[in-house]
Design a protein around this ligand. Structure first.
Ligand code: NAD
Ligand code: ZN
Length: 250
């Protein structure tokens, strides 16, 4: 652990533009389960694909039921040691930016400014109409959902389906965020993957792109990933343990 930390520190010192790429693993210590660990969300419920959500009212009702069931974990979650370390590294300009697959808002909560953060898979703290783009707060959706006995509301403006502002499997990626991620990746000389199984594409393409573009690649994840062989440093241990010293000054 000490050796891995020292090596990571060295790599950060040598880098001009380091980028962190985070996944669900950085938030598990905050009480938000990931998808693929034992007991993860994936093992309980297969995600509802985008086309199914759009086509079927019953799927929308089920998606919102699950979302509200999870809301408590999200609402009470506070940034963990990993989030705090990354916020500190950014503030000290040892990191150029963070690309996240997470939708939990914990990077923002740790003080990371919007300019330094790319949310590839959207944000789960509000909802939008899929047809007209109108924005709705979760409280509004919940009030209608509860009042109707577990039926998801449609958009009052246009009748379209209302969905959490997150990207589902089969849904188009947000163009602006993809472009920002691409720019950060191509400028990076050090790319640090933190808590991602690296199986969800196109997101998992960014570490590959960085490596092929000449960046050094670090993978910090409890379990092995497909890309470990490509990495300059692989650390298979608790994210909070490895990163906590970076949250301090000095
Ligand atoms: P994933 O669940 O596929 O992989 C998470 C990885 O993190 C696993 O390989 C696991 O071994 C590792 N991990 C978990 N806790 C760890 C810890 N404390 N220390 C070290 N390693 C740890 O997650 P993913 O790669 O981000 O892909 C899943 C998709 O699901 C993403 O697209 C994301 O948008 C979404 N998701 C988001 C959240 C969230 O916002 N917090 C939670 C679940 C899923
Ligand atoms: Zn609408």
């Amino acid at each position: 652990l000490k050796g891995a930390r020292a090596r990571l520190s060295e790599l950060l010192d040598e880098a001009e533009g380091a980028v962190a790429f985070t996944g669900a693993g950085i938030s598990t210590e905050c009480g938000i389960p990931d998808f693929r660990s034992p007991g993860g969300l994936w093992t309980q419920n297969k995600p509802i694909p985008f086309d199914v959500f759009r086509a079927h009212k019953a799927a929308r009702n089920e998606a919102w039921r699950r979302k509200f069931a999870m809301e408590e974990a999200f609402a009470f979650a506070r940034p963990g040691r990993g989030h705090r370390a990354l916020a500190r590294l950014l503030a000290r300009r040892r990191l150029a930016g963070i690309i996240t697959q997470n939708i939990d808002g914990l990077h923002q909560a740790s003080g990371v400014p919007d300019e330094a953060l790319v949310e590839l898979h959207g944000n789960g703290t509000y909802a939008t109409c899929l047809d007209c783009g109108a924005r709705y707060e979760l409280g509004w959706v919940k009030a209608h959902f509860d009042a109707a006995g577990g039926v998801a509301p449609d958009c009052p403006e246009c009748g379209g389906p209302v969905k959490a502002a997150t990207i589902s499997f089969g849904q188009a990626m947000p163009e602006r965020e993809m472009m920002r991620a691409e720019m950060l990746t191509l400028r990076a000389d050090l790319f640090i993957v933190i808590g991602s199984s690296l199986v969800v594409f196109p997101a998992a393409g960014f570490p590959l792109k960085a490596k092929h573009n000449g960046a050094r690649l670090v993978i910090l994840n409890r379990e092995p990933t497909e890309f470990d062989d490509l990495a300059d440093l692989v650390v298979r241990t608790e994210i909070g343990e490895v990163l906590s010293p970076f949250a301090q000054d000095g």
